[in-house]
Design a protein around this ligand. Structure first.
Ligand code: GCU
Length: 411
């Protein structure tokens, strides 16, 4: 009985730097067998594949089968949207397998003056219609978490929530800078509940399978998969530049943008906004949210194998900086918020720092110094980092910096 109660009680959350355990940061440039990697060639042939394989099998889960877009439909389009500032398109991508189907809708805004602009692609938490007051944006019929302040009841969306999340999406700034913005409601790809009977997973089960195997994809991998399928669509859409698509995401969706960038090298750049545990933050620091805590609250986000590391970070032969390193040599932006200690800003910064030797291999500039920058003093290089004042959120300040970085390193 004692043992049982021990395992249900979770460890206390650490917010004190002096309680961070001593640990060895696994070297991004040393293979699991202890061989030093000193060339791009060896990195790409040996080390990158073994790291990717480990993250697939032990952390996010591998995708059981390839599934391509069955068909897509432009549901709506308007070349005079947002008071004539943008072109708007809404495109549904449909997938079919095992007599099941799924579709999700991309909301796309493009700057009017630009031909083939680069674009930011990122999921939203409560439906495409929440990111703007634009009345033409279609309302999703997918399951949604209730939210009293947004007027979301009965797990379904309606007009009440239109425009409730505009502050997180600096649409005007993005368009003005010459970028497009594409967003998708993440719940259309896989509802964010611990239930594997729905969402994209269910299309790819073998006969009699009802949930992913221990090394098969959780929800984060499913959402990342959706970002790649959106990119497949962009490759067919002459209005956008598919070679310049930046994967963006906040929080759980920042974990998602990182994994999308790691698994799909077509993404031209990656932004992790306050992604925290299982995203940019180092797991072995056990600061703020830990593997045990995240797997307890969100058992469906990672693959089942990841649970082996609950309160057992020592057994992990990788850490999250090696996830970041899989994005090299492409531009990466890791951002934290001062009051977001749950996501461990220092662990996010150190992760960008420890990943940087891989960018060095390519003669690209990573984070050179181990000293964390001051609040609101961004470091801009191919690997960029900032910690802004304020809480867990996406602000105009974040977007202004992402645009600056993208202007220099992606555009
Ligand atoms: C929770 C969770 C985090 C996650 C966040 C979010 O706080 O513990 O890991 O990043 O939700 O997605 O907003």
């Amino acid at each position: 009985i004692f043992m049982l109660s021990m395992s249900i009680v979770q460890s206390q959350t650490v917010y004190d730097e002096s309680k961070v355990p001593n640990f060895k940061v696994p070297d991004a440039l040393l293979t699991f067998k202890g061989k030093k990697i000193n060339s791009v060639k060896k990195w790409e042939k040996v080390r990158r594949p073994e790291l990717l394989h480990y993250f697939k099998n032990k952390v996010y889960g591998r995708i059981p089968k390839t599934l391509e877009i069955d068909s897509y439909t432009v549901l709506e389009e308007d070349s005079n949207a947002l008071n004539g500032k943008a072109k708007r398109k809404q495109i549904a991508l449909s997938f079919k397998h095992n007599n099941k189907s799924l579709s999700f809708t991309i909301l796309l805004y493009l700057p009017k003056e630009e031909q083939n602009p680069p674009l930011f692609l990122g999921y939203n938490f409560y439906g495409n219609h929440t990111i703007t007051n634009d009345e033409a944006v279609l309302i999703s019929t997918a399951w949604t978490r209730n939210n009293e302040s947004f007027g979301i009841k009965n797990n379904s969306l309606d007009e009440a929530s239109r425009g409730k999340r505009t502050h997180r999406w600096a649409i005007e700034k993005i368009l003005k800078a010459g970028y497009g913005l594409a967003t998708i409601y993440y719940g259309e790809v896989d509802p964010d509940t611990n239930d594997f009977s729905d969402g994209i997973h269910s299309l790819l089960y073998n006969k009699n399978q009802t949930q992913p195997k221990p090394d098969e994809w959780g929800s984060i991998a499913a959402w990342s998969w959706g970002m790649s399928r959106a990119l497949d669509y962009f490759e067919k859409d002459k209005d956008v530049n598919a070679n310049k698509v930046i994967a963006f995401g906040h929080s759980r969706l920042g974990k998602t943008s990182l994994w999308a960038g790691a698994t799909d090298q077509r993404f031209a750049g990656v932004i992790s906004n306050n992604s925290g545990c299982g995203g940019a933050a180092l797991s072995k620091r056990k600061f703020g949210e830990t593997i045990e805590k995240i797997n307890h609250s969100f058992p469906h986000w990672f693959c089942d194998n990841f649970k082996q590391f609950n309160n057992n970070e020592e057994a992990l032969v990788v850490d999250q900086h090696q996830l970041l390193s899989l994005i090299a040599p492409r531009p990466l932006y890791v951002a934290s918020a001062e009051e977001d200690q749950w996501a461990d800003p220092k662990g996010e910064f150190l992760s960008a720092y420890y990943a940087s030797p891989v960018w060095d291999l390519y003669n690209k500039q990573g984070i050179e110094h181990m000293q964390m920058p001051k609040v609101n003093e961004p470091i801009h290089s191919t690997v960029s980092y900032h910690i802004r004042s304020g809480k867990h959120d996406v602000t105009d300040y974040d977007w202004e910096n992402y645009i600056k970085w993208a202007d220099t390193f992606v555009k």
